[in-house]
Design a protein around this ligand. Structure first.
Ligand code: FES
Ligand code: FES
Length: 177
């Protein structure tokens, strides 16, 4: 029987921002540490390392996750997108541009997670997923400030830039509607 030991490196094949990578990592390595320590993608931040702050948010197959709570090996075959993969063709992602325009940050540490989370959140709204703040489950959810705050509640900003973060997200949502 083959045993997988937590401190013995194994090969992991990850697809990140459209590029395949073959890594030799210990099975206990989180997706967050694989991105930052093994792939040099330090845009994704480590805040709490316990699933409480959202600084480590990335997109996996289009859905937002806390990469500190997920083992890298669990994502072989997945399509992982980090903040570095959002811009394309020499243009910022609309949410990146909106955060700049609305001054949606101060120190910027939470910002990559906020932006990745907002990308995933807008896709959830587009798919018709309700939130805890949605009043009319049968109707189309209006993405007002209360909805945005509830849906983004997993992303903490210690600088408390929340009003501008909400304004940035709202501007993108309104431009798309
Ligand atoms: S670092 Fe992952 S939630 Fe805080
Ligand atoms: S901008 Fe500093 S933690 Fe959010």
């Amino acid at each position: 029987m083959d045993w997988m030991l937590a401190d013995q490196p194994v090969e992991a094949r990850l697809r990140v921002n459209g590029r395949p990578h073959a890594l030799s990592i210990e099975p206990r390595v989180t997706l967050l540490d694989a991105l930052r320590e093994h792939l040099g993608l330090t845009g994704t931040k480590k805040g709490c390392d316990h699933g409480q702050c959202g600084a480590c948010t990335v997109l996996v197959n289009g859905r937002r996750i806390n990469s500190c709570l997920s083992l890298a090996l669990a994502h072989e075959g997945d399509d992982v997108v980090t903040v570095e993969g959002l811009a394309g063709g020499g243009r910022l992602h609309p949410l990146q541009a909106a955060f700049l325009e609305h001054d949606g940050f101060q120190c910027g540490y939470c910002t990559p997670g906020q932006i990745c989370s907002a990308v995933g959140m807008l896709a959830e709204v587009e798919a018709g997923w309700p939130s805890h703040a949605t009043g009319d489950l049968a109707g189309e959810a209006e993405l007002d400030a209360a909805e945005i705050r509830e849906r983004m509640s997993g992303n903490i900003c210690r600088c408390s830039a929340y009003p501008n973060i909400v304004a940035a997200i709202r501007s993108v949502a309104e431009a798309a509607s």
